[in-house]
Design a protein around this ligand. Structure first.
Ligand SMILES: [Zn+2]
Length: 240
C-alpha cells in the first residue's frame, strides 16, 4: 500500500488480524487524533487453517483501509516459526530505521501462541538494536522512545486503558474484513478461542475494561517502566 514517510506509531504483530483483534480500536483512535499510524505484520499467515496467505493479504488491505492507517507492511517471516534471532532482528531493525516511529506497540510478553510471544521479544530487541550506531542494518540509527504492550488476556494487569467507545464499531468492521477467518459462524467460534465467538469476546472484554474507567468500551496496555507525573491533581479518572 501507500508508502509512508515516517510514522508516529508502529504496531507490530505476528499475524495479520492480531492487531485489529487486540487493539484495533486504539489504532483507529490514534488515526482519528491525527497521528501517522502503521502496522507491521511479521508473518504472512501461510500456516492458517482457513483461507490462503493471498486471501489474508487482500483482507488485511481492506482492514487497513477501514482503519484509515497510513502504512502496512508484511515482513514475510515464517508463520509458526517466529524466533527472536539475529536474522529476523536485522530485518525488523531495517523497517524501524526506515519508518522511525516514536512509539511502538507490541504483543504482551506472556502468550500462549509462541509467535505472539516471540513477536513481543523480537520487537523489543529490534527497538533497542535499531538505535545502535554500529548495528549492521541499512538506515540511520533510530530508537523509539515508548513501547506499549497490548493484551486481551484475562490475567494481565494493564498499566492504563484507552477509551475506544467512538471507535468500537469500526474495530469490529476491521476484524470482520478477515472473511476467510471469521466470515462464518464456525470460523468466528473456532479460530481465535475455541467455542467463543470472536465478536462476542471483543465486545465483552472491551465492555468490561470500559466499565473500569466509566466508558462503554476500552482496550488495555501495559508498560514496563513507571510514568512520571508532573501534577498529580491533573490525572484523569477517579479512585472511588
Ligand atoms: Zn496471531
Amino acid at each position: 500500500m501507500i508508502m509512508a514517510q515516517t510514522l508516529d506509531v508502529l504496531f507490530i504483530a505476528a499475524h495479520r488480524d492480531d492487531t485489529e483483534i487486540v487493539c484495533g480500536g486504539t489504532v483507529i483512535k490514534l488515526v482519528d487524533l491525527g497521528y501517522q499510524v502503521g502496522l507491521l505484520d511479521l508473518t504472512a499467515g501461510e500456516m492458517g487453517t482457513r483461507g490462503t496467505a493471498a486471501d489474508r493479504e487482500a483482507e488485511a488491505a481492506e482492514a487497513a483501509r477501514l482503519m484509515g492507517i497510513a502504512y502496512r507492511e508484511n515482513l514475510g517471516l515464517p508463520d509458526a516459526g517466529l524466533r527472536n534471532i539475529p536474522e529476523y532482528q536485522q530485518r525488523t531493525v531495517t523497517v524501524l530505521r526506515r519508518l522511525r516511529p516514536q512509539m511502538v506497540v507490541l504483543p504482551y510478553w506472556k502468550q500462549r501462541h509462541p509467535d505472539h510471544r516471540e513477536a513481543g521479544n523480537l520487537g523489543y530487541d529490534a527497538c533497542y538494536l535499531a538505535g545502535l550506531q554500529k548495528y549492521f542494518a541499512p538506515g540511520d540509527p533510530h530508537r523509539p522512545t515508548r513501547i506499549l504492550y497490548s493484551s486481551n488476556l484475562r490475567d494481565v494487569r494493564h498499566s492504563f486503558l484507552v477509551d475506544i467507545s467512538a471507535q468500537f464499531e469500526r474495530k469490529l468492521a476491521a476484524v470482520a474484513a478477515y472473511r476467510s477467518q471469521f466470515g462464518t459462524r464456525e470460523g468466528a467460534r473456532e479460530i481465535f478461542n475455541p467455542g467463543v465467538d470472536i465478536f462476542e469476546f471483543m465486545t465483552t472484554s472491551a465492555r468490561h475494561l470500559g466499565h473500569q474507567i466509566g466508558v462503554n468500551y476500552a482496550e488495555g496496555f501495559t508498560i514496563k517502566e513507571y510514568l512520571a507525573v508532573e501534577d498529580p491533581l491533573k490525572l484523569t479518572g477517579r479512585s472511588i
